[in-house]
Design a protein around this ligand. Sequence first.
Ligand SMILES: C[S@@+](CC[C@H](N)C(=O)[O-])C[C@H]1O[C@@H](n2cnc3c(N)ncnc32)[C@H](O)[C@@H]1O
Length: 281
Amino acid sequence: MATVLQVYTKAIEEGKAFGVLSGDLRILISHDMGWAEPIDTLFHKDEEFAAEPLFLEQYERLKKGEPVEYIINEARFLHHRFYVDPRVLIPRMETEELIANISERITDYFDPRNWLVCADIGTGSGAIAITLKSMFSNWLITASDISSDALEVAKKNIADSNLRVQTLQGDGLQPFIDANMNLDIIVSNPPYILNKDEVQDSVKNYEPSSALYLDKAHSVYEDIFSKYKKVKKGSLLMCFEIGYDLKDYLIDLMQRYLEDYEYEFIEDLNGLTRFLFVYCK
Ligand SMILES: C[S@@+](CC[C@H](N)C(=O)[O-])C[C@H]1O[C@@H](n2cnc3c(N)ncnc32)[C@H](O)[C@@H]1O
């Protein structure tokens, strides 16, 4: 039987022509061997690779461009691991930054120890809602999605987390309005890609298009801005992940719909404008 190192180095060499990343190979190997971390591939490099048949099958999928997270049905997000499959977007590092920005700024607006009512609109895997609930255990968090398929995945992750997060299915703010909810915080990472040509093939071919592309005729941003008064009782904080090229579009929407508000665009670690926080007094 081949050792882990032999299989790993052969796969790196062969995978070059297909753009396979060595980091993804470590994720696959460690997952198949039941090890906790990708780096364990190197710590156990001289062991016999008992899971080679399974790995070789998955490696073919990796060579075709399938994201490793869908192959192993698991994505890491901050200190969590979430179940993912092609019904949901794979949670991204930028969204980890969205959470970090909320955590850094929340005390500018609210005492986070209070029982704040929070909506995660377009929850996908549930990554935002579950992570916020794990950080702010007294918040009342409801995760929604227009896609019932995506919501099934979110429900699985919520059940696995043992945290209390409610779910609602529906379009934008409407399910919260229908449920007569008063919200303190709206968090949303909605579809925001304008230019389809900029999207990598592995994203285009495998991730759900309903999670990716902004349709200005049916925009979650516009839906929230145009209806926010129906869920606002006191002050309302809205925290969005946004496309780097949406600043003018969003300023225009805010001017059109919002009253008595402050806003801040925030850059990500790459220096791109990727988040918008809006505070309605
Ligand atoms: C970019 S993904 C974000 C998923 C997850 N929140 C995350 O950050 O990884 C956008 C999500 O919004 C959902 N969505 C798209 N249009 C929507 C709408 N009009 N109302 C509610 N959810 C919507 C999609 O189904 C998808 O799950």
